[in-house]
Ligand binder design. Structure first.
Ligand SMILES: Nc1ncnc2c1ncn2[C@@H]1O[C@H](COP(=O)(O)OP(=O)(O)OP(=O)(O)O)[C@@H](O)[C@H]1O
Ligand code: SF4
Ligand SMILES: [Mg+2]
Length: 331
C-alpha cells in the first residue's frame, strides 16, 4: 500500500537496451522521474533521446527487442517491471491509457467510431445503452459536433484534428489515473495544436488525471505542464517545475534547447536554429558527461566523469559538473 504522499508514478533508475545486429543500444540509462497525482509532466528532448521508449516502457508496449536491464517503474505503489501481460493489459484498460502521434495507430479503419468506443468499455458491467451514452458524452466533451450520428462514421470520415479528439475521448473513456500522450499534436497544424492542448488542459482539470506529455514543442509544454523532464541521449539531464526549466535552466543542454525554441527567437527567420553536433552513438556510450561533445561549456572533468543529478532548489535537479563548481565558488 502506498503512502498518501507517494507519487502516482515513480520511475526509479530505469535502464533499457534494444538488441540490434550492430550491438546493444543503451536507449535509457538510469532514468528517474515522478508524476504526482493530478500533475501534468512534460518530457522534452531532441529526436532519438528516448522519450517514446520511456513512454512505451511505462505503459508496457515495448518492441520485442527491448530489455529492461535495471530499475523500477512503480505505479500506484506497484512495480510494473516483470508484471504478466494479462495484468499489464488490465492496467491499460483501467488505470493508464495512451494517445499517439498518429491517431490511426489507435483507431481501427474498418470499424465505426461507435463500435470502437463501445469495445473499449468491455470491462464495465453496464448495459450497452449506458456505454453508448458515455461515448456520446465523451464525444461532446472533446468537441465532436453531432456525436449521436458521428458514432456511425468511420475514422477516415474525420479530419486529422477530429480523429485526435476521438482518440482522446477513447483514452479518457476508461477514466485513467494516468494518461500518456506521445507527441499528440506533432502531426497537426499550429491552430489545431493549440486547440488540442486547450482541450487536454480542460479535460485534465475536469477529470483530475495525471498526464505524461511527450513533446518536441517547448511552447506547448510550457502551456500545458506543471513539471518538465529534459532528456538527452537516453538520460534525464534536468527536471523541475515549468518555472525552473524555463526561467532558470541549469543544464547547458536545456539552455541550448531553449535557444532553439521558435517562441524565443527574436528575428524572423525561415531556418530554425539547431544545436550543433549529433546525439552520441548509444551502442558505444562515451565516458564522462553524455553532452560533452556538444557542450560549449565542457571542461576537463566532463571527459573523465559523468555528472550525478544535483539539487538546484526544491524539486529542481540537473546533472552538470558546473553546479559543483558554482557551489564551490560561492562564498
Ligand atoms: N525497436 C527498436 N529497436 C532498436 N532501436 C530502437 C527501437 N526503438 C527505438 N530505438 C532507438 O532508441 C533510441 C531512442 O528512440 P526513441 O524513439 O525513444 O526516441 P524519441 O526521443 O522518442 O525520438 P523522436 O522525438 O524522434 O520520437 C534511438 O536511438 C532509437 O533509434
Ligand atoms: S558536465 Fe560538462 S559537458 Fe556536461 S553539461 Fe555540464 S559543463 Fe557541459
Ligand atoms: Mg518519439
Amino acid at each position: 500500500m502506498s503512502a498518501a504522499s507517494d507519487p502516482l508514478l515513480d520511475v526509479r533508475g530505469l535502464s533499457l537496451d534494444f538488441g540490434s545486429p550492430r550491438g546493444r543500444i543503451h536507449a535509457l540509462r538510469n532514468v528517474s522521474l515522478e508524476v504526482g497525482a493530478g500533475r501534468v509532466v512534460g518530457i522534452v528532448g531532441e529526436s532519438g533521446c528516448g522519450k517514446s521508449t520511456l513512454a512505451y516502457s511505462i505503459i508496457g508496449l515495448l518492441a520485442a527487442n527491448a530489455e529492461v536491464v535495471g530499475g523500477e517503474i512503480v505505479f500506484s505503489g506497484r512495480n510494473l517491471i516483470g508484471l504478466p501481460d494479462s495484468e499489464m493489459r488490465a492496467l491499460r484498460g483501467r488505470e493508464m491509457s495512451m494517445i499517439f502521434q498518429d491517431p490511426m495507430t489507435a483507431l481501427n479503419p474498418v470499424q465505426t467510431i461507435g463500435t470502437q468506443m463501445l469495445a473499449i468499455q468491455y470491462r464495465d458491467a453496464v448495459p450497452t445503452r449506458e456505454k453508448r451514452k458515455r461515448a456520446v458524452e465523451m464525444l461532446v466533451k472533446v468537441g465532436i459536433p453531432d456525436p449521436e450520428s458521428r458514432l456511425k462514421a468511420y475514422p477516415h470520415q474525420f479530419s486529422g484534428g477530429m480523429r485526435q479528439r476521438i482518440c482522446i475521448a477513447m483514452a479518457l473513456l476508461v477514466n485513467p489515473s494516468l494518461l500518456i500522450a506521445d507527441e499528440p499534436t506533432t502531426a497537426l497544424d499550429a491552430t489545431l495544436e493549440v486547440q488540442i492542448v486547450e482541450l487536454l488542459k480542460d479535460l485534465q482539470k475536469d477529470m483530475g488525471c495525471s498526464i505524461l506529455f511527450v513533446s518536441h514543442h517547448l511552447g506547448t509544454v510550457a502551456e500545458l505542464c506543471d513539471d518538465v523532464v529534459v532528456m538527452y541521449a537516453g538520460e534525464v539531464v534536468e527536471r523541475g517545475s515549468v518555472r525552473d526549466i524555463f526561467h532558470t535552466p541549469s543544464h547547458p543542454y536545456t539552455e541550448a534547447l531553449l535557444e532553439c525554441d521558435p517562441g524565443r527567437i527574436r528575428e524572423k527567420t525561415r531556418e530554425l536554429p539547431t544545436i550543433p553536433g549529433d546525439v552520441p552513438n548509444l551502442i558505444d556510450v562515451p565516458d564522462g558527461c553524455i553532452f560533452r561533445s556538444r557542450c560549449p561549456k565542457a571542461f576537463d572533468r566532463c571527459v573523465r566523469e559523468a555528472p550525478a543529478p544535483r539539487r538546484v532548489s526544491g524539486g529542481h535537479e540537473a546533472s552538470c559538473h558546473l553546479l559543483d563548481e558554482l557551489a564551490e565558488a560561492a562564498p
